[in-house]
Ligand binder design. Structure first.
Ligand code: AHR
Length: 493
């Protein structure tokens, strides 16, 4: 089969925000304890942070990490995780029915994030929390000193403010599972008032209001509009969350789920612009897709887990090669919407629905989905270009007409990178690149991720079962093998 991709230098989509390649660590399962933090592990440093995990996180080049939840944040008292570790309370953590030891809190996480080369995106508790708590945590993190909470931070060993720039106003506040769930009117009001006091403490911060927990929520659409009517002037982003799975074994449809993500983004954009019109506003509301991934493998096992354990092995999806293709398609979709989506967080980073897995006391390794994420994060920064792909496709019962090729192009100085997934399960496709306005474009490298077995996984025993391959390339045409993820790197001009 043959296909053609046309991209023109004069037709940009927009600048790709580096924060498009963010991730997420929640106090959930073994993300923190046994994930990023395990004192006594052979690779742990004096703070208890695992060196092997840090090394993998650094490879992903993650610019921002959302913390500490997720559902966890809606019952969290952030002060429990500060000060002398020996006196920190053990809590019955209600979001995940686990025991929280509070050995890691904001201070430790801030330290870990700087070691990882990432900034922290903090969520405040608007479930059981008040606007007073939201104000205090900003004062603790960002106020230089001379006040109750900033001096607490200083006495805890952090003379310099953390300067946390991006804050989430709660998490999934429309969900009936959420501690302190609210109606859109209740949430819109508290989000507005919390935002006001937080920005009074530090006017330089930017805030993310909660959109719907996902696009199938019964109030999806109305929730976004009503919340934004309340807090339009105070917030900078609206959140989107989405998880996908191949529950009925229909791989062709599963590979098409990025079409759903695209529709979801376009719908939320339209709602934001509707409120903009009602408000006669000049402001553009940006989108924060701060939870996205594949999540379904662990659902059954988790339903049988014993409650009230410390760091139970929850949400430990072992990702297959086909999941990596889906993550590739979702990344391409985020890049192609990078004019509006300015933050995105792969949920999550370690052990919990994550690209990085660990054994307690043992190895750390890259799951299959690690690879497309790493490629996009490393090569997908710059200006996203509008791509027109002329190719055949197929019908999916769930998503309608699906093109075989999903692609995005990003220009960075004298480099242009094309990301492409061939969704065909039967045929290789020769992709011709038609690149106008780029001087003399020339392929220099073709990296691919492919495997005969769509269900292949990486494990501690076989961490390299699914690994990228490839090498130098030339010309303006590349063979995209059936069911493969491809990174085409070109020199231009
Ligand atoms: O990422 C796992 C959970 O998914 C988060 O805690 C929650 O926000 C979402 O429902």
């Amino acid at each position: 089969m043959k296909a053609r991709l046309t991209a023109n230098k004069s037709y940009p989509i927009g600048e790709v925000s580096p924060k498009l390649y963010g991730s997420f660590i929640e106090h959930l399962g073994r993300a923190v304890y046994g994930g990023i933090y395990e004192p006594g592990h052979p690779t742990a440093d004096e703070s208890g942070f695992r060196g092997d995990v840090l090394e993998l996180v650094r490879k992903l080049n993650v610019p921002i990490v959302r913390y500490p939840g997720g559902n966890f944040v809606s019952g969290y008292n952030w002060e429990d995780g500060t000060g002398d570790k020996s006196t920190r309370p053990r809590r019955a953590e209600l979001a995940w029915s686990s025991i929280e030891t509070n050995q890691v809190g904001i201070d430790e996480f801030q330290k870990w994030a700087s070691l990882a080369g990432a900034e922290v995106m903090l969520a405040v508790n608007l479930g059981t929390g008040t606007i007073e708590d939201a104000k205090n945590i900003v004062e603790y993190c960002n106020f230089p000193g001379g006040t109750k909470y900033s001096d607490k931070r200083r006495s805890n060993g952090f003379a310099e403010p953390f300067k946390v720039k991006t804050w989430c106003l709660g998490n999934e506040m429309d969900g009936e599972w959420q501690i302190g769930r609210k109606t859109a009117a209740e949430y819109g009001r508290i989000a507005c008032e919390a935002a006001k006091v937080m920005k009074l403490v530090d006017p330089d911060i930017e805030l993310v209001a909660c959109g719907s927990s996902h696009s199938k929520m019964p109030t999806f659409g109305e929730w976004e509009a009503e919340v934004l009517m309340h807090c339009w002037d105070q917030v900078d982003y609206l959140s989107l969350h989405s998880y996908y799975g191949n529950r009925d074994g229909d791989t062709a449809s599963f590979l098409a789920c990025s079409l759903d993500m695209d529709r979801f983004i376009k719908s939320v954009e339209a709602i934001c612009d509707y409120v903009k019109a009602l408000k006669r506003s000049e402001k553009t509301m940006y989108l924060s897709f701060d939870e996205w991934n594949v999540w379904f493998h662990s659902n059954e096992k988790d339903s049988g887990l014993e409650k009230w354990q410390e760091a139970p092995p929850m949400l430990e999806d072992v990702y297959t090669f086909e999941d990596a293709l889906v993550v590739g398609c979702l990344l391409i979709t985020l890049i192609n919407n990078s004019d509006r989506v300015k933050i995105a967080c792969l949920a999550q980073l370690v052990n919990v629905i994550a690209p990085i897995m660990t054994e307690n006391g043992g190895a750390a390794w890259a799951q299959t989905i690690f690879w497309p994420f790493m490629h996009a994060s490393c090569y997908g920064r710059g200006t996203a270009l509008r791509c027109v792909v002329d190719c055949d496709g197929y019908r999916s019962p769930a998503y309608g007409d699906v093109p075989y090729i999903e692609a995005a192009a990003v220009q960075n100085g004298s480099e242009l990178t094309v990301f492409a997934v061939n969704r065909s399960l039967e045929e290789d496709i020769t992709l011709d690149l038609d690149l106008s306005g780029f001087g003399n474009p020339e392929l220099i490298e073709h990296i691919k991720l492919n495997n005969e077995d769509l269900k292949a996984v990486n494990t501690a025993a076989q961490p390299d079962a699914v690994m990228p391959s490839g090498g130098p390339a030339a010309g303006l045409s590349a063979k995209l093998e059936k069911h493969s993820w491809n990174v085409l790197r070109l020199k231009i001009g």
